[in-house]
Design a protein. Sequence first.
Length: 365
Amino acid sequence: MTQLSLGKKPFGKTQDGTTVEEYTLSNGNMEVRIITYGGAITSIRVPGKKGETANVVLGFESLEDYLTKSPYFGCITGRFANRIANATFKLDGAEYKLSPNDGSHSLHGGTKGFDKHIWQAKEIKTENEVGVELNRTSPDGEEGYPGNLATTVTYLLDNDNALHINYRATTDKPTIVNLTNHSYFNLAGEGTGNIFNHELMLNADHYTPVQDSAAIPTGEVASVEGTPFDFRKSSVIGKHIRSGHEQMVYGRSYDHNWVLNRTTKEDGAIKDGAMILAAKLFEPNSGRVLEVLTTEPAIQFYSGNFLTGTVVGSSGNTYRQGDGLCLETQHYPDAPNQPDFPSTVLNPGETYDTTTIFKFSVAEE
């Protein structure tokens, strides 16, 4: 018998008096909370091996904190997740100058990206899923991007403890698009400490090295073999977290893009757009497991390097370096300026359509 439920209540008001709503999705075993500001996931409560539930994402209790302090907690990032070098790209012979918000570069859509807007919401209820559909049109020229981009992000929770996130967008001018979710996970529970004991598997033989601490890719696609970036077999994250490897120094630890394996051993065929397992995260004390499946070609593993103890989370505890990690499914960073990277161009008449699934379980003992 299904225990799916969907609730809605006000989360707070912005300075101009606009109400931000909070939606609660539940299947009787797992609960997800999402607000209309930035489409942010504020809480994911899942059981551990002793039946105890915990919130496994970092976040805040108040809207004010999301408005003023959030380092992209749980939000939709766009129009272009990750970085674009020198906040500039060329498309069809025209040069577009974006809003620089990460030194001279553009990060996660610019100064006021998708994470800093209120989305229009519509409830979804079916026999097997509950969710919320979020809609927003980014106007032509917003943050420097061309085209009116009509965007829909749908969150759906099923009975198998899987949260499905679908991203769809259309445009009336050629443009670039790269959308993701920026949740910070800690499977031991939000506010309990760092994630260094978590064990991570990444389905990737290669990653994209960066030039320096600005984290712009060199354009190379490098093997993970013999480096701290080799997570092909599940490895304890803390094993190399303080590595002196040049790339680890640039990122202050892990903050890189892994190229997902999309070939089959049987025929070597490229499986572009197919849903594959990208990552698997395990926390041994609670037994909680997170599997990340996606249709995207890459994933950014970020180990929370810039959490500095200056913000207080929903638990009442401060967040310090490594207290959460992100697994951001995506196209490659700076793809518009890297001709050998998969294209992020969206043309009129086409539909940007990607899906990522966060599936939770408890490991068998």
